[in-house]
Design a protein around this ligand. Structure first.
Ligand code: ADP
Ligand code: NA
Ligand code: MG
Length: 377
């Protein structure tokens, strides 16, 4: 038997350990999260959509709950409005779900971000190339995740293909924006938690390794100059100040040559770049999220391992069950399987690994990365 652990599932498991009942809103009556949370007598999980037209489902949920917390930002934010205690605030969800609006919001508050311009027409796309240079990143403003919705434009002649790939077909309604290329030396994720009273704590910055725009590996703590690590943490905490409400915020940053830090994007929820905290820190991002939205005391964000890593198990040309068994045999490793149907490119689980040194961490990661055919081994 596998215990599937998507984020909302893990939140349910953690809440259960604290005897906090959790009700789940999801169209699938048998979704993994519902399997680990038993509704208290007189209550029931809600089988309804949340992406759009969520008013009915949210009302049914709100009638039974004291706090509502979304674990995904691609939801009907309007439906959350007016439902008492929603954490983080519905306006925060609305602000971040349009990545171009999010970027302008951060910039207006003095948070460093890449230059960006809106692209709704082909002419605007060409002007963006003039203004920002090549390569540049073309992004969908809404609904993007795991790199789906991004296109690296290296040459102008790729433009029509890029627009088609991003579903920008109606001139005037592309719904895209263009972002100046960030020549980063490392990508960094910082989890920041703020409770309903405004107390804020952050976790150690971690390095995230993306391939084809999707996160493959996370390494903590970030190996960089002390001043750069401190700057990443400070910029992440600043960035979160731009958004209202309680909970964990996952802040993605680029560390540039010379130590400058820019914010890539913010997720108003527990984040893949923070899954390592479950094994590496005194209190995981999941537990601190639950505590933060309920107004309970926050736990320590300190690392309890010298080194920690997280490997995403992303459906590929390798044997999933074999990789899980190999990972289970690695000292310092803990395996999380989400119980989702296998699909190429889909995040199906992750493995956390802790160790006493970078060398030991590398040695422990090696058989796991080999089993998933990671080209960096
Ligand atoms: P997603 O919602 O898929 O996480 P992101 O906007 O974070 O989308 O982009 C995914 C990845 O693409 C980033 O983690 C980074 O590796 C790369 N990327 C995004 N924006 C830029 C940029 N402006 N310059 C260089 N690389 C970028
Ligand atoms: Na994202
Ligand atoms: Mg991202």
């Amino acid at each position: 038997m596998s215990i599937p652990t998507t984020s909302k599932q893990t939140l349910g498991i953690i809440a259960g350990r604290l005897a906090i009942p959790t009700l789940v809103l999801d169209p699938d009556p048998h979704c993994p999260a519902k399997q680990v949370s038993v509704p208290p007598p007189g209550t029931a999980h809600v089988d309804a959509v949340y992406g759009s037209n969520a008013a009915q489902g949210v009302s049914r949920l709100a009638a039974q709950c004291t706090v509502i917390t979304p674990e995904i930002e691609h939801i009907d934010a309007d439906a959350l409005q007016g439902h008492g205690n929603v954490q983080p605030a519905p306006e925060t969800i609305r602000l971040v779900q349009d990545k171009f609006v999010q970027k302008k919001h951060l910039k207006a508050r003095g948070v460093p971000v890449c230059d960006a311009v809106g692209v709704d027409t082909r002419e605007q796309a060409e002007r963006a190339v003039d203004a920002l240079g090549l390569p540049l990143m073309l992004k969908r403003r809404a609904g993007a995740y795991d790199g789906r919705g991004n296109f690296v434009l290296r040459e102008l002649r790729q433009l029509d293909g890029a627009l088609a790939a991003l579903g920008a077909t109606t001139d005037g309604e592309f719904g895209l924006y263009a972002e100046r290329w960030a020549p980063f030396v490392k990508e960094v994720a910082v989890m920041v938690v703020r409770d309903v009273h405004g107390e804020t704590r952050s976790y150690d910055p971690a390095e995230t390794v993306q391939r084809e725009n999707i996160c493959r590996l996370v390494l903590a703590p970030l190996r960089a100059a002390d001043a750069d690590v401190a700057r990443a943490r400070a910029v992440a905490e600043d960035a979160v100040c731009a958004f209202a409400g309680a909970g964990v915020f996952g802040v993605e940053l680029f560390l540039l040559d010379g130590g400058a830090v820019v914010v890539n994007e913010i997720a108003p929820r527990v984040h893949n770049g923070g899954h390592w905290t479950e094994a590496g820190c005194a209190t995981s991002q999941f537990e601190n999220h639950v505590r933060a939205v309920l107004g309970r005391p926050l736990g320590s964000t300190a690392m309890v391992a010298r080194c920690a890593a997280m490997v995403n198990l992303i459906g590929g040309d390798w044997d999933f069950d074999n990789a899980v068994d190999i990972a289970m045999g690695v000292k310092g490793a803990s395996v999380h399987v989400y119980g989702k149907t296998w699909r190429a490119g889909r995040k199906l689980g992750h493995v956390n690994v802790v160790a006493d040194s970078d060398a030991e961490l590398r040695a422990r990661l090696r058989p796991i990365l080999l089993a998933i055919d990671d080209p960096d081994v």
